[in-house]
Structure formats: C-alpha cells, structure tokens
Design a protein around this ligand. Structure first.
Ligand SMILES: Cc1ncc(COP(=O)(O)O)c(C=O)c1O
Length: 375
C-alpha cells in the first residue's frame, strides 16, 4: 500500500524546538509563561491589532467572545450555516439561540442578502441578535464591507471566526481583524498549529483583560482563592505557545505553499468536464487552507462520496464539505435564512469535496491524488 496522504497534517518549521527547549530549561511547563506572552504579542503584531489572548482552542476563543458581547440565556446569535460545528456550539454553551445564515456564491461565506433579511425579520419580531458570527470558510475571507454595514446599522457586533483563515486578507487587511473580536484556531490541521490551541484578537484590550480573567478560572484579586464569577480553564500552555512561535515565523511561506497546491489541482483538473473549484473572491486573498472541488455528478458520472471512496482505496484522505448547521439534527429547530430561492450552502455540501492540501504535500503525492481523480 502506498504511503498515506493526509488531508492537512502538521508541518513543523524546525524553529519550534528552540522555544520548547528553552521552556524545558527554564521549567516553564505551565498554562502560562514567557512563550505564551510572546506568542500573543507576536500574533497581535503580525495581524495588526492591539491585543491577543492565547487559549486552549479556537472554540474557547469563540465562547469568550460571545461572553464579552454579553450573550446570555435566550439571546439570539446569527451564525454562518456553512461551517464546522465549533462555530455554533459556544452559542449553546450560553443557552442562547443560533439563527443560521446562508452563503453567497462568490466566496461561499455569509450572504449579505440573507443577513439583511434575517435582520429585517428580527427587527419586526423586536428581537435583534446579540452578535453575528461570520466564518471565513476554507481560508477565504467573507465580504465584510456589506456585512459590517448591515451590522452597524443595527448596532450588533461581528465575531470573526478566522479559525481557518489565518494569513488570508480582506481588502489588504489581515483576516481576524475585521470584527469586534476575531479568533484563530491552531488545531493540528490548520495552516499553522500548536497541536491544539486558539487565539482571541481585538483592539479592545480592556475586553481582552476580562477574557483573560475568565480563562484563568476567574480568580478575584484577593490574597486567597476567591471567585465572584464562573471561570474557565482555557489558557494555552507554554509548550503549545513554543510550537506556535516557531510556526508563526513561517506562516507566510505556509500560505504560499497551500496556494501552490491549489494552483496545481486547478491546472490539472479544472479542464475536466463537471469539475469546478472554490472561487477566490476579488476582495481578498485566500490562504487556501483546503482546496475544495465541486463535482457535477451528471457530467463526471461520480458523486463526491464515490470519489472520496476511490481516494481512500489508494490511502488518500479526502473529506466532504462541512454539512451546514441548519441541516444538523442538533440545530433542526433553528431558523435559517437563504441567499435566494435555493440554499447555496446545501448545494455546496452536496457537490463539494476537500482534497489533500497540506503545505507539506509533495509534488509526487499530489500527482498521486490527481492521477486517481483524473482516472
Ligand atoms: C470554522 C471553524 N471554527 C472554529 C473551529 C474551532 O477551532 P478549535 O478546533 O481550535 O477549537 C474550527 C476548527 O476546528 C473551524 O474550522
């Protein structure tokens, strides 16, 4: 059997070990320490925000962002439907109510048309959402200008779920900086990783200080253990941050490598009848976290699931596109606002296939994937 080709596996730079060794030598083996502080500063400087908070996951970052904007029991929160469940689950942690918004075809991200309709409806019901979680899917930024215009009109903050889009741009601005709060994920499959981890970003350093307090078990400033609020154990460890610092050094290279992977798939496969790729919207620059292909079964004679099986037979990992949240059993009672007559996210789910896209994918490995798909 040929060597396994993964969808997106960790890609170390070599610098990580220096920071890890330093942490061991100084015995900073804890959910705080100099690497954590430095990783926060370096990430904030990289994207151009006033502050950042390193956390145990991207999901934890979304949860704290929701708390910072005051989401609580019974509040509504708008959220992109076409995403991973981690975008929406933190809404449930606060016993709030998700309302899902469809994608638009240009970027596959939140449709301003659907968002406008959802707001008009909410205004009529006299129940505006507390926040809007906008996801940047597969490394591509959503179209923030119209989304911000609508949200500003109703004075509702955006939480930018940039878990998949670190290193991407929107109109020259870095992904993660477009909302009141932005979040990154450093899960093992992301563009850069800390093995597991996340980051909360904002220009509002006062809010970040509050999030830091909650993330560190909400310890009151007292000479003994005193707590006036519910806290969480959400901080990133000094070892994970060591990995992150080594990874941040090569983020730009990793983005370029992923974009090259996309380009090679595009050149080899887009001439085939019935194959299209996730477009890159003119307003931004994607990090091409995952290359996503759309399969027209009438023209190719294959469903995406059949292609995935054939790749699996060759020891190649591919994945379906996220199943939209409004189709999930857990969210079946939630409202959903479509872009038009047809739901765009449903179509992308049915036709989409994510291909191996790691920055460490070799040319030879990619040729193997392409060979199976062409066959
Ligand atoms: C869009 C999106 N949001 C949130 C998350 C959650 O990040 P984490 O796995 O670090 O909790 C992920 C990835 O896992 C994601 O893809």
């Amino acid at each position: 059997m040929d060597k396994r080709i993964f969808l997106s596996s960790p890609h170390m730079s070599g610098h990580e070990q220096e920071y890890i060794t330093d942490a061991f030598n100084t015995n900073w083996i804890a959910p705080l320490g100099p690497n954590v502080d430095a990783f926060e500063k370096e990430t904030a400087a990289y994207v151009g925000v006033n502050g950042a908070l390193a956390l145990s996951s991207g999901t934890a970052a979304i949860h704290l962002a929701l708390k910072l904007v005051g989401v609580s029991v019974g509040d509504e929160v708008f959220c992109s439907s076409l995403t991973f469940a981690a975008s929406a689950n933190p809404i449930m942690y606060e016993h709030a109510i998700p309302v899902f918004i469809d994608s638009e075809p240009e970027s596959w991200n939140m449709s301003p048309i659907a968002l406008r309709r959802a707001f008009q409806d909410a205004a009529q019901r006299k129940r505006l959402p507390k926040a809007v979680i906008v996801v940047n899917l597969y490394g591509q930024s959503a179209d923030y200008a119209p989304l911000l215009e609508i949200c500003n009109e109703y004075d509702v903050p955006i939480i930018e779920d940039a878990a998949e889009s670190m290193g991407a741009k929107y109109k020259g601005k870095n992904s993660g900086t477009l909302g009141r709060f932005g979040i990154f994920s450093f899960n093992g499959n992301k563009v850069i990783t800390t093995s597991g981890g996340g980051m909360l970003l904002s220009n509002d350093v006062k809010a970040l200080a509050k999030a830091r307090f909650w993330a560190t078990q909400a310890r009151d400033p007292a000479p003994y253990y005193q707590h006036s609020e519910v806290g969480y154990n959400y901080r990133m460890s000094n070892i994970a941050a060591a990995i992150g610092r080594g990874q941040l050094k090569v983020l730009d290279e990793r983005v370029e490598a992923r974009r090259m992977v996309f380009q090679r798939y595009y050149d080899a496969l887009s001439p085939l009848a019935g194959i299209r790729f996730m477009p890159e919207a003119g307003f931004g620059r994607s990090n091409r976290w995952l290359t996503v292909m759309l399969v027209d079964t009438d023209k190719t004679g294959k469903t995406p699931a059949q292609l995935m099986e054939e790749l699996a037979r060759e020891n190649i990992e591919a994945r379906p596109v996220w199943k939209p949240m409004h189709l999930q059993p857990i969210f079946s009672e939630c409202r959903y606002y479509r872009h038009g007559d047809e739901s765009i996210s449903d179509e992308l789910f049915i036709k989409g296939l994510c291909l191996p896209s790691g920055s460490n994918l070799t040319l030879e490995e990619q040729q193997r994937v392409i060979g199976v798909l062409r066959r």
